[in-house]
Every structure is written in C-alpha cells, then in structure tokens.
Design a protein around this ligand. Sequence first.
Ligand SMILES: [Ca+2]
Ligand SMILES: [Ca+2]
Ligand SMILES: [Ca+2]
Length: 450
Amino acid sequence: MNGLRGLEGVAAGLVVAVLVAACGQSGVAPAPSPSPASCQALGRGTVFQRPSQRVPPAGQLVVRLRPGVPVEQAADLAGGVGAEVVKVRRRARALVVRPRGGVGLVQLSTQLAADPRVAGVEPHLRVRALQLAPDDPLYPGQWALAQVRAPDAWQLTVGGGVKVAVVDTGISPHPDVPRPAAGYDFVEDDADPTDRGDPSFDCTSHGTMVASVLAALTNNGRGMAGVTWGGVELLVARVLDEQGNGSLLDVEEALRWAAERGARVANLSLGTQEPVACPDGLRAAVREVVSRGVLVVAAAGNNGPQAGTVVCPANLTEVVAVAATGPDGAVAWYSSRGSEVDLAAPGGSALGSCDADVRTASPSASNPEDYPCAAGTSFAAPHVSGTAALVLSRWPSLTPDQVRGKLQRAAEDIGEPGRDRDSGCGLLRADRAVRGESAPAPACPWPSNQ
Ligand SMILES: [Ca+2]
Ligand SMILES: [Ca+2]
Ligand SMILES: [Ca+2]
C-alpha cells in the first residue's frame, strides 16, 4: 500500500492543469447560470468565417505587350518560355505570368524581355488597403497586441499557412476562432477534440481561449483580433478535460501526433501543479519533435514569485518557457520565476478587468459568442507561439532553434539588465522578430537554450 501511495503521490505531481491565474469578466452581462449539462449543446451549428487571404503571391511577373500584338497571343508567348498566364488585362495590354517547372524568375524575365512581342517585363507589385488597424470592435482595447508590437509585424505577415498545434482542452465552435484543420481527443481517445466547456467558469473553454489569442479571425468586423489573424492551420490536440486536468503522457503522445501532421509550433498552456522535474519520456518526446521541426512553447507556470517555480514541461531546456507580463510591461506577480524562463509575453495582471487581463474568445453557457478576459501564463504562451508562426511564415525553412534565437534576440530587455529569472531574454517583440532584427542591446545575443 505504501508503495501504491507513493506512486499516487508521484502521479498527482505529474497531472497537468491549465495555467489560468484568473478568469475575469467578459464584455457581456451573463444570463442566469444554466446547469452544467446545458454546456454540451452550446455553439453547435455556428457559421465560421475566414478572413480574406492577405499574403501576397510571390514570384509573378507583369509582361507588357508591344503595340499591335494581340493579347490573344498571351498563352503562346508564356508557354514558349515555360511560364503560365495568371491573368490578362486587355486595357493595360499586359499579362501576369508565373514560372512553371523549375524555371527561375530572373531567367524567365530575361527570356520574356527578348521576345519581339514584349515591350517590357516588371515585377508584379501588390497593393493593400491602407488601413491603420484591423476593424475588430474589441481590438482597440487589446493592450497585449500593442505591447508586443504585433501591428508593426502585421505590415509584413499575418502568418499564412503555418501549422500550429494547440495542446489543451480541445476547442469549441466560436464565430471568431478558425475551425481546426485537424484534431484528436487524447482524453476520450476519439477523433472529436470538441471542448464542452468548464462549468466552473460559465462553461468557457480554456483551449478556445488560448487558440483565440493565437489565431482569432481578424479584420472581420467582429469581436477581437489574434496574433496571426486566423491565417494559421490549427491542429487541436485535446489532452485536458473540461476542468483542465490531464496527463503528461497524453501531452507526450499529442506532441508526436502534432509532429506527424507537420506542426511547426506546439503551444502548451499547461503544466504540473508543482515545479517538478519532467519525466525522461516527455523529455525524449520533446527532443524528438524539436528535431522534426516543431518549436515547443509552454507557459512557465503561475507559481511565482520565488525562483525555481517553473513547472514541467516549461522547465525542460528544449522548451521555450514563457512568463507573463501585465499592461505595464513588467512581469506579473503570479508568473513563475527561474533560470528556465526564456521570454515574457502578455498574460495580464489578474485584476479581474479587461483593462488588465487578456482578451480571449470562447463560447460560454450564457453567450455562444463570448469574449472573456483572463490572466495567466496560459495566455502569455500563445503570444509567443503566434509570433513564431509569423516568423515561420516568412522563413519556412528555419529550424526550431533558429526561430527561438530570432525571438530571443528580438526581445526587449526588461527588469534586471541582461537575462534574468523573471523575464528570461525579455519581452516579446513581434515587430523585430518578423523583420529578423535583434534588439539594440539584447539580453540573449545568441541562440541560447541555457
Ligand atoms: Ca471527444
Ligand atoms: Ca475578429
Ligand atoms: Ca532583463
């Protein structure tokens, strides 16, 4: 029995839980509290919207025809040099072409310019709406996006196409959150990762909240904005139950599942209750998926402010451990501290107001389109995961260590000068990261796992 008790003790320490410090008010007055059973039917049949694709197509040329050359010759002209016609513009007497079958753009341009029918060849320049900010009504209050300079990063990319795994409580349908590209439920061992919601929090879904910070549909005139504008492909692994409890073995399994599906980033807004050492099996799984191209990002924990409080899996060297900041840009009181902290990102002050906490999207029992505000390192991690996806959308061939190095060098040194136990390499700077720039005086000048 003693041996069993001892094992139970170990097992209890390795149960993972969501890292919410506080889950505060939403923007909408709640309806009378329903029974937990009513949570299960919430949000079904919701119509999802995707934002228009804003990533410009690369590698196209505009070909201007000489006077008298009929535009009907477009296909013949392009086909003769291994290109295909994307579109023809009669009034401009021009066509847009792209290379086919491995022909380089420079070579194609040279060949086209040599054709006697061609007056000139030029790059296909793109224009964009000159808006200053997305039109989502809650966006002006989202201090977290401003703190990491996401709007400047969005001038370059909104993260199209990168696969990001959200390993969490699953996901619930919400009109401002993209539908997952793939999912699996490791709690119930089925293919449906739907989160039925936590009755103790008005049936809100932790996984949906985390996914919304990372990927809320943006500039859709609705609700909130997310770091990647909904442009990423979400791989949803449900490893935590409605109350946010789960097993580290399922996390291990989910990481490999995500790697098999081509995830480039895995977000783990979860951890052990206490700052225990991770089991060797989890470490091996993390090393394996990192070697397969997955950057693993985890919430540092809400066990601050003493040093040595970073929980598993964030305390693994191979994992990017994320501390939480409040709207003042300083590390929040609850955020776990220790040498394992790598970066700090907005997680809120846990003061129970949307001014101090992080805006999220999640259906609740009282409102299928709720936007609750919450605090915790759970909400700091997806800011880093989302920014990593933005970086990968620009440079898809980067390894996880290279992405991590870019994020760490770009970070703003906060707190004590240099790398410190509260913020690691400092506050996330999405703008510098997607430009490939280092901070003027980075706390972590080199990619560092130490
Ligand atoms: Ca299920
Ligand atoms: Ca939105
Ligand atoms: Ca510092």
